[in-house]
Design a binder for this molecule. Structure first.
Ligand code: TMP
Length: 243
């Protein structure tokens, strides 16, 4: 190390409507990562945790739940205890102790970032607000449970115009996968975007990326947004999501 300050990892969040190609792009960016320090992919909801099991039952309509309660569960899923997995692409070479130690979800992300590992998340708190707001819940109430989570450096919103989204509407049948709901969610994402841009600048930069075209074309657009961020990252502190 030679006393040199370790560069922290970048925290990048992908958001968008269902079927916008988000998961494919997160995977490609993670697998083709060229930034220093390695990278870890995360996905919210994380259906592998105890709360994730309940969330999955709700999304697959095996279980009904009050709209407020499920909103809080989605948020709690970002906060809940997580085993720090060591089986992914990135090795726990950080010397932080027992790799099977159980951390809070937020703590696990922070730990990776502090150790120079970048984190790419497939959805995060912004989906939480957009989907619940689309059901008519009060927007300022919605934001509260996610306050103080680690804030991303960059939010990439994969944008599909109405017709293109409809053409991809071969939905898999989960609870929110209808054209009607997705249309409302799209409007709510626009509200969330405005709010993010009104923050103090430490809560991430929101960039709309055109999700039309081939996988490679979209990947190229994403690279053009991510590369400058990685250059800018030196010496950056980590912010928190504001209410
Ligand atoms: P997925 O298809 O990316 O696994 O997401 C599952 C669904 O859950 C998707 O329709 C978006 C929705 N969702 C919420 O309603 N609130 C949240 O906080 C998150 C992360 C996802």
């Amino acid at each position: 190390q030679g006393g040199s300050k370790r560069r922290r990892g970048a925290f990048i969040v992908f958001e968008g409507l269902d079927r916008c190609g988000k998961t494919t792009q997160v995977q490609r960016l993670t697998e083709g990562w060229t930034g220093a320090g390695g990278v870890k992919g995360r996905r919210f909801p994380d259906r592998t945790t105890p709360l994730g099991t309940t969330i999955n039952a709700y999304l697959t309509s095996q279980q009904e739940m009050d709209d407020h309660a499920i909103h809080l569960l989605f948020s709690a899923n970002r906060w809940e205890l997580q085993r720090v997995d060591n089986g992914g692409k990135v090795d726990d070479s950080t010397g932080m102790g027992d790799p099977s130690r159980i951390l809070r979800g937020a703590e696990a992300i922070e730990r990776d970032l502090t150790n120079g590992i970048s984190v790419i998340a497939d959805r995060y708190a912004f989906s939480g607000i957009a989907f619940s707001a689309a059901k008519g819940l009060n927007r300022s109430w919605l934001a509260a449970p996610d306050a103080n989570l680690p804030a991303p450096d960059l939010i990439i919103f994969l944008h599909l115009p109405g017709e293109a989204a409809a053409a991809r509407a071969d939905f898999g049948g989960e609870r929110y996968e209808t054209v009607d709901i997705q249309t409302r969610v799209r409007d709510e994402f626009a509200n969330v975007r405005e709010k993010v841009q009104g923050y103090d600048g430490r809560s991430g930069e929101w960039v709309d990326v055109d999700a039309q075209g081939s996988i490679e074309e979209v990947e190229e657009r994403i690279k053009r947004v991510v590369d400058p961020l990685l250059k800018r990252m030196e010496g950056e502190g980590l912010g928190e999501i504001k209410r």
